[in-house]
Ligand binder design. Structure first.
Ligand code: ZN
Length: 469
């Protein structure tokens, strides 16, 4: 999922100071250098790619229908599952890229948070700089959550919740039928540090090619934000103090994510990670310095397009260097984007015609974060997402190198991937039309060849007959 980040390193005051200095220099360079002169063909490529991504985004109704059907039926199943009362009252929160409308290349990824209704009184104890927590009930309870406590009958076990979620989804899939009968949902193997139950929608033909990926993440809602994030994100100049207060009045969420590393403490094995995906969605939706930005009648900006382009660049890099950049994820891009937005807050900086220069400045910001090895989490500012404990030094160096290469060569990775599979096999509810199915990738003899051979045989046979008579 989008918020896939690992255990951060606690930043010492000295490092924090130097980080702030580095950030200041990034900030000043960002606001001074504009607009940057850009080679016309590079500007053209950026604009073209942004346009393609927009078109691609509109082409998603098939995926949305399939995912909504899955979601509604899973919820119905959970409500009727009397064997697990905790999940009976669960509800879905809409989070993640799909709902922010900035998700890009195939296969489509969808995140859904499943909010579990639990007693509202918790104690949260941070296990690091403020990303990972132990969660305890303030007193023993008879609430269905009691089945998911550790032996002390107070501490919430993240592993027990996640295991149960897996069991329920597996049980659900046994009876659930995908409306498009050419596809089936497959449960992915459990990953040790993921808070999600991940499913893939695969074609029954074409060697089970993955069309859609869905992350179902159970989440606990907590009303009061822990001390590490108490002040809320740095959005005053950009979105105003009023919006920050509004954000602060929202609950925060915890997802069952185990800390990374070996020889983990008991707390770390049962840890929960704080999640702000609902706030990120809110910020990205109402992103203007002036409230009217991108609203009907208001002025337009290129912020969302810039984020889409950055995500596309990151996806491109990961596709090209899957091993070397395994630890890089779209959340790093989103974090760099949010920092840039809070520094370059004025709407006029992001005028639509400035798209190429805005995007290049965003790439430059990511480069700076990578070079300095410092990317503070936007909400948990003392957590560095580029700390060597979770983003290895060699990955960081590699990222610096390939970003430099991309910039030098005029961003060749922004060219759309050439061999992406089509995402729209058929419209749901219609019968399967074999003509719409792409051919298998390596058939022994294709249909066209068969036809040719048949014609050849007929001609030869008739030819021979004609000669004989
Ligand atoms: Zn806007």
């Amino acid at each position: 999922m989008d918020t896939e980040v690992n255990q951060p390193e606690v930043v010492s005051p000295v490092r924090r100071r130097s980080r702030v200095q580095q950030q200041d220099s990034v900030e000043s360079s960002l606001s001074v250098k504009e607009p940057v002169p850009i080679p016309p063909d590079l500007a053209q490529r950026i604009k073209l790619r942004a346009k393609e991504l927009k078109i691609r985004q509109k082409d998603r109704s098939w995926a949305a229908e399939v995912v909504n059907d899955f979601r509604e039926n899973l919820l119905r199943f959970l409500k009727n599952s009397s064997d697990q009362p905790l999940f009976q009252s669960a509800i879905f929160l809409t989070t993640g890229s799909y709902f922010e409308k900035v998700k890009i290349d195939t296969p489509d990824e969808f995140d859904m948070m499943l909010k579990l209704l639990v007693p509202s009184r918790f104690n949260t104890t941070t296990l690091d700089a403020g990303l990972f927590y132990r969660i305890d009930l303030t007193r023993p309870t008879r609430n269905p959550i009691k089945d998911f406590l550790l032996d002390d009958r107070l501490t919430l076990s993240s592993s027990k919740i996640l295991t149960e979620m897996f069991r329920l989804v597996r049980k659900f899939l046994k009876t659930y039928k995908v409306p498009d009968h050419r596809c089936r949902w497959e449960l992915n193997r459990k990953k040790p540090n993921s808070p999600a139950v991940t499913l893939s929608l695969c074609r029954r033909d074409s060697g089970g090619e993955e069309l859609i990926s869905v992350d179902v993440v159970p989440a606990l809602e907590v009303q009061s934000w822990p001390p590490a994030v108490r002040n809320g994100p740095d959005v005053d100049r950009w979105l105003g103090t009023k919006l920050r207060q509004e954000i602060r009045s929202l609950p925060c969420y915890f997802v069952p994510k185990r800390q990374k590393g070996r020889k983990l403490s008991e707390d770390a094995k049962e840890s929960w990670r704080i999640s702000f995906s609902h706030v990120e969605k809110k910020i990205i939706t109402s992103h203007g310095n002036k409230k009217t930005c991108c609203e009907s009648g208001g002025t337009k900006c290129c912020r969302k397009q810039c984020l889409m382009l950055l995500k596309s660049l990151i996806e491109g890099l990961k596709r090209r260097y899957p091993k070397e950049l395994e630890d890089l994820c779209s959340y790093h891009g989103k974090t760099a984007f949010l920092h840039t937005l809070s520094t370059r807050y004025d709407d006029s900086y992001w005028a639509p015609q400035q798209l190429p220069s805005c995007f290049l400045q965003l790439v430059a910001a990511l480069q700076d974060h990578a070079r300095t090895g410092s990317l503070p989490h936007f909400f948990v500012q003392d957590s560095n997402l580029f700390a060597t404990s979770m983003f290895p030094r060699r990955t960081q160096e590699f990222l610096v190198k390939v970003l430099e290469e991309q910039m030098k060569e005029g961003l060749p990775l922004l060219r759309p991937p050439s061999l992406l599979p089509s995402l729209k096999p058929v419209t749901i509810g219609t019968e399967m039309n074999p003509e719409e199915l792409p051919e298998k990738s390596h058939p022994l003899i294709s249909f066209d060849w068969l036809k040719l051979i048949l014609v050849f045989v007929v001609v030869v046979v008739f030819g021979v007959k004609f000669l004989c008579f």
